[in-house]
Design a protein around this ligand. Structure first.
Ligand SMILES: Cc1cc2nc3c(=O)[nH]c(=O)nc-3n(C[C@H](O)[C@H](O)[C@H](O)COP(=O)(O)O)c2cc1C
Length: 194
């Protein structure tokens, strides 16, 4: 199953609303997609224990990491915080297993922000994923002045953005299938490895 990652733990975030909206778009295309919400994982309370330490990972964090490592593809919703991605998102990624979680994992990107619509954090994240040999889906969506177009109820009031999101959904589905068909995606590679 593909997973949408809500790239922040900010309460009542626009990222969560966009994640739910995108999940519905996949549903309309006949596909059930999961959501990993960083607000539900308590990542910041996990610090220190396992980076070289002996403390077991908190259960929700471990479950999320395991889900990433078997996902069919990832859709990253990334809000711009101070010109980059939220620290909590990078923290989460630093817990992922390497190479299983990254190599050959298809990843799509949606940016949220002000004037540049999250271009910076998306490009920062593309560097991270590219460095780790994920398959980067090229059609990205940038949501400019996101607070003006995402309503309190979670609708997106910008027809252009909705069209781009639908296009991303449709083509990312094909992208993932194409990689699977040739055994190039992360799950195929992991099964060859074991
Ligand atoms: C801590 C913080 C820093 C932000 N920094 C930027 C920024 O550098 N550039 C920008 O365009 N928007 C910035 N914003 C605006 C956010 O991108 C925008 O409010 C977006 O909705 C945040 O996503 P969220 O609602 O999912 O947290 C910032 C917001 C927060 C909370």
């Amino acid at each position: 199953m593909k997973q949408i990652i809500v790239g922040t733990h900010r309460p009542d975030s626009n990222s969560k609303k966009v994640a739910l909206f995108v999940q519905k778009l996949y549903e309309e295309k006949g596909e059930k997609v999961g959501i990993i919400d960083l607000a539900q994982i308590d990542i910041e309370q996990s610090h220190g224990g396992h980076f070289g330490g002996k403390a077991p990972l908190p259960a929700k964090l471990k479950a999320a990491i395991d889900t990433i490592a078997t996902s069919e593809g990832l859709i990253l919703i990334i809000p711009e915080y101070n010109g980059s991605m939220p620290g909590v998102l990078k923290s989460f990624i630093d817990y992922w297993k390497y190479p299983e979680s990254f190599e050959g994992r298809p990843v799509a990107f949606i940016g949220l922000g002000g004037m540049w619509g999250g271009l910076r954090p998306v490009e920062h994240m593309m560097q991270v994923m590219s460095y780790r040999n994920a398959y980067l889906f090229p059609i990205r969506v940038f949501m400019q002045n996101v607070w003006k177009i995402v309503t309190a109820e979670g609708n997106i009031e910008d027809t252009n953005v909705v069209t781009l999101l639908k296009q991303q959904v449709e083509d990312f589905q094909k992208f993932c299938k194409a990689l699977q068909s040739q055994g190039l995606d992360a799950n195929s590679k992991n099964s060859q490895r074991s």
